[in-house]
Design a protein around this ligand. Structure first.
Ligand code: GLA
Length: 385
């Protein structure tokens, strides 16, 4: 049975009727542009084949019934009037938070039966939570005929994450899940959400992109992500701009000088301004067909996240160092950091040797075995049935 049929069959068993529809929304990896989204900057994620899938029917009695196939005792029944931000720290916060955000924005959602399952690894920096939010938002948008555009759904899902769940994240993950297209990376300007789909077909050029999940769990609601964000906002304030996006790369040295002895803020500013420039470099390299040349830019990005933003960890650094020593074209951590996953750009012929080298290096260091898989740029959120 395919995933869609399974979710449908489970829904029937749980709720005693066919669902009105089935939807899917993917996780993502970010090719380049890390910690730039809450600075109004550039990002370049692409969607994974791994998705959250939801079978959903409307209700009219103000109740929300939730079920997750992936969680033991994953059953909940909530009243829409009782949904309050930060009252819920469990898996239910994502679907319930989306319902809350839609209703708070004035959309007439009157209740739902939802059955969820996901193949996006959780805590791996691959946006499992954004996938859950977006799949629920898209389903409710369709069923209640709310007429919201993809970018509007992404904004509501970010609000879910920021206000209901209480994690101060940017807009990248939700937009990636909602807007990515198969065979493309999404070049997104997070200031106005303008987008360009950039063709990204590594297989056609004899390359592969590996995702290495270090199995080191991360969480954004804990303090470190928020501290980096606050430091960036302090930098923008000290420099008299709305967001660090407004510091041009050519003006970086002057900006750093103006920050004087604010050493911590200087490092954060340097990362963000150079990272925005790296996104622009990757976009122009891909547009001119120089795909292999993005490798060194990815490596620079990793060094900046490790040394200036200070959000890497020994496991992520080991992936990058081992992959590069083994002949990878480029490698870097991806996502929020403090664990999670790295990406490795390799020649197709080197997949096995580099995978083995990373696995052996982890074993030698006494780290938990990593999970390595190939990432193919896949479709964004969609209705399956
Ligand atoms: C997490 C957040 C995103 C973004 C990245 C870092 O994935 O959810 O908004 O800030 O970290 O680039």
């Amino acid at each position: 049975m395919g995933a869609e049929q399974q979710v449908r069959a489970d829904f029937v068993e749980l709720y005693g009727a066919e669902p009105e529809g089935v939807w899917a929304a993917p996780g993502r990896v970010n090719l380049i542009g890390e910690h730039t989204d809450y600075n109004d900057g550039f990002v370049m994620p692409f969607a994974l084949p791994h998705t959250a899938t939801a079978a959903v029917s409307r209700r009219t009695d103000g109740r929300l019934r939730l079920h997750s196939a992936d969680i033991e005792d994953g059953v909940a029944e909530l009243r829409l009037d009782d949904l309050t931000p930060e009252s819920d720290r469990a898996w239910t916060a994502y679907p319930a938070g989306v319902v809350w955000a839609l209703r708070e924005a004035g959309h007439p959602v009157t209740g739902a039966d939802i059955h969820l399952t996901s193949t996006v690894p959780s805590g791996a920096g691959l946006s499992s939570s954004a996938a859950l939010e977006v799949v629920v938002a898209l389903a409710l948008n369709d069923l209640f005929e709310l007429g919201l555009a993809r970018w509007q759904l992404a904004r509501l899902c970010q609000r879910t994450e920021n206000v209901y769940v209480g994690a101060p994240t940017g807009i990248m993950d939700q937009t990636a899940s909602a807007c990515c297209e198969a065979g493309h990376a999404l070049f997104l300007d997070t200031r106005d959400l303008s987008q360009q789909q950039i063709p990204f077909d590594l297989a056609a050029e004899g390359m592969r992109l590996l995702v290495v999940d270090t199995q080191v769990k991360h969480a954004h609601s804990d303090g470190e992500y928020g501290k980096r964000r606050a430091g960036c906002e302090k930098g923008a304030a000290l420099l008299g701009v709305d967001a660090l996006r407004d510091i041009a790369y050519a003006d970086l040295d002057a900006a750093l000088e103006r920050l004087g002895d604010e050493e911590e803020v200087r490092c954060l500013v340097r990362h963000v301004v150079t990272e925005d420039q790296r996104v622009e470099r990757v976009v122009s390299l891909l547009k001119s067909g120089e795909t292999r040349a993005i490798g060194p830019v990815l490596v620079e990005g990793h060094a900046s996240l490790r040394d200036d933003f200070r959000i890497s960890c020994p496991e992520l650094d080991l992936v990058v160092d081992t992959a590069l020593a083994g002949g990878a074209l480029g490698a870097r951590m991806t996502g929020g950091g403090f664990g999670g996953s790295a990406i490795v750009l390799v020649e197709a012929a080197d997949v096995d040797t580099i995978t083995k080298a990373v696995e052996e290096a982890f074993a030698a260091a006494g780290f938990t075995a990593p999970r390595v898989f190939e990432a193919v740029p896949s479709a964004g959120a969609r209705r399956l049935a």
